[in-house]
Design a protein around this ligand. Structure first.
Ligand code: GLU
Length: 588
């Protein structure tokens, strides 16, 4: 989490870094700060709050080199003092990640008389750099990094160096070349600025000046960086002006479905994947948050297509209690960013135990792609809103492709037909507002469904709580009477999903159970007869475009995303940046 930026160019460093930080803000928005160096002096401005808080203060920062940070606090509250950069002597540093042995390092440094101004783990890095520096920046960075435990990426400014240094272990750093030279946590920050990009190798460092970029390994031996052009996707999306990224990204759901299917079909590797899955003794899907919810749907789809047991596991749990895999087992690690620490750890453990690892991710150059045996692209494009929407839809499409060993082309065709309806819904789904209003006026919201709708209900609930902060839960409608019904009264809303005619009667039972306890009900259905029957009896009924039961989750999930978006706005929250959260969860 958190975004770091470095810039070395021909002037105006602070303004350039400010623009890059705005594009990284989805990674954390507790505080922001920038340091620049000019004529042997470091200038710093930092504040708690969003990047925008820097807009005035940085105008006075001179210099053509600098570093910047947008924070997701792990150690210490979101205060000005804890904001990065942290300065010690000739050094200023920004840090992404956690220093696991910071307490030990801090006592050691404090014992030698060093004063700490923050509660962060990061400040020890600035002091270590200052302690080890004897005129050679690369060596000071090497010696400092050798003392740090955990996963981190750092950018370092030194008054004696016309540029900055970056180093990483287990966290991403992308180097960029253009009219100036850059480093950033995510390539999106460099869109429209750098022309070429390169991933800094794990355990390596780079010395970046206005004239060039030198990459060194952990022992300071030179490494030749391999730069590639910034792809069209990485340059960001244009058009579709919406008030928020969340809505704009929901409106990309259909395109993501089409692109993800097309990428799978054109990759040419389907046959090998299918035979590996068909001969697997176990398929384990791992993910966190929304990616885990996609994995729940994936387990249902793959379970119907292959003979072996298929399970979805929370990555954070699977890494501590891994299933017993063999060389015939397949692990599918699902992560939008490809940087999710728990998912990477779980996939790594399963791979070490013999499993074949497939990374299903939206980011082609991410850490999980470097660990996996095979990469399955989710073609959602950059996803900026912290709450995942289009990437979830892309993950569903990817699972459909994997679950169609003999009919992928036909399945893709059907998905593309559903995509047309998803598109219309995303642009015209005004009825979402009616249900969103019910949500924000309720003490709690339960999303209920049967069959494949259970997974959609769970994801719809996560979306609502993430962006509107309304308490919610998603569960099987069959489970209602086994506990949750105790909470139902006139202040509680149940959103009942009905997309499979074969299960409609069972869903209607749940509606009756809630109504008879005076609970409020909103029905979300793709079935015209269910809508006709219930719309006069419940608080709201939303008839979605019809879709085959096995593909209806694309439509239903889009509808629930729209409800969550509208609820966030009604509750007065920024849907793109929910409190306490950040995207790309690179900490454990
Ligand atoms: N651990 C550091 C802090 O709390 C950095 C967190 C981050 O990656 O944003 O300041």
């Amino acid at each position: 989490m958190c975004g770091i930026v470095g810039y070395a160019g021909r002037g105006g460093a602070a303004g350039e870094i400010f623009e890059c930080l705005k594009k990284l803000e989805y990674r954390g928005y507790d505080s922001a700060g920038i340091s620049t160096a000019d004529r042997g002096e470091i200038f710093t401005f930092k504040r708690s709050g969003r990047v925008q808080c820097l807009s005035e203060g940085i105008k006075s920062l001179p210099g053509s080199v600098g570093i910047g940070h947008t924070r997701w606090a792990t150690h210490g509250a979101a205060t000005d003092a804890n904001a990065h950069p942290h300065v010690s002597g000739a050094f200023s540093v920004v840090h992404n990640g956690m220093i696991e042995n910071y307490a030990e390092l801090k006592s050691e440094l404090a014992a030698s008389g060093r004063k700490f101004l923050s509660q962060t783990d990061s400040e020890v890095i600035a002091h270590l750099l200052d302690y080890y520096y004897d005129g050679d920046l690369a060596d000071a960075v090497r010696l400092t990094c050798a003392r740090l435990k955990g996963c981190w990426a750092i950018a370092v400014l030194c008054t004696h160096f016309d540029g900055f240094a970056v180093a990483c272990r287990g966290m991403p750093v992308i180097l960029g070349r253009g009219d100036a030279n850059y480093a950033a946590s995510d390539v999106n920050a460099l869109a429209g600025r750098a022309r070429e990009r390169c991933i800094l190798g794990d355990g390596c460092m780079a010395l970046v000046t206005p004239r060039g970029i030198q990459v060194l390994d952990g022992a300071l031996a030179p490494v030749k960086p391999v730069f590639g052009a910034l792809g069209a996707e990485e340059e960001g999306e244009s058009g579709q002006d919406c008030a928020h990224y969340m809505l704009r990204e929901i409106r990309c759901n259909a395109r993501t479905m089409r692109r993800t299917c097309a990428a799978f079909l054109s990759s040419g590797g389907g046959a090998e994947l299918y035979s590996r899955l068909a001969s697997a003794d176990m398929i384990v899907l791992v993910g966190c948050g929304t990616a885990y919810n996609a994995a729940l749907a994936g387990a249902r789809l793959l379970g119907g297509a292959y003979d072996c047991p298929v399970t979805a596991r929370l990555a954070g749990e699977a890494r501590c209690d891994p299933p017993r895999v063999t060389r015939r087992s397949v692990c599918i690690a699902v992560s939008q960013s490809g940087e999710t620490a728990d998912t990477i750890a779980a996939a790594g453990i399963l791979r070490a135990a013999g499993a074949y690892v497939i990374a299903m991710t939206n980011v082609g150059y991410s850490a999980i792609t470097r660990l996996a045996d095979r990469v399955l692209p989710v073609c959602a494009g950059p996803e900026i809103c912290v709450a995942a929407t289009k990437s979830y839809i892309g993950q569903l499409a990817c699972f459909h492709m994997l679950a169609s060993p003999s009919c992928a082309a036909l399945r893709s065709k059907c998905i593309c037909a559903v995509a047309d309806d998803v598109e219309k819904l995303a642009f015209d789904g005004e009825y979402a507002l009616v249900i969103a209003r019910l949500c924000v006026n309720s003490r709690a919201v339960f999303f209920l469904g049967r069959g494949a709708d259970v997974e959609v209900a769970v994801e719809g609930s996560l979306k609502l709580k993430e962006v509107s902060y309304v308490f919610s839960d998603g569960l099987s409608a069959a489970e209602l009477k086994h506990g949750t019904l105790a909470l139902v009264d006139e202040g509680v809303l149940s959103v009942v999903l009905v997309t499979d005619a074969a299960l409609a009667d069972k869903c209607k039972n749940a509606v009756e159970q809630v109504l008879s306890r005076r609970g409020r009900v909103a029905v979300v259905t793709t079935l015209a007869d269910v809508h006709a029957e219930l719309c006069g009896r419940v608080d709201a009924s939303w008839l979605l475009p019809a879709a085959p039961a096995h593909l209806a989750h694309f439509v239903a999930a889009t509808a629930l995303q729209l409800i969550a978006y509208r609820a966030a706005l009604l509750a007065g929250h920024d849907p793109d940046k929910p409190r306490n959260l950040a995207k790309s969860v690179t900490v454990e």
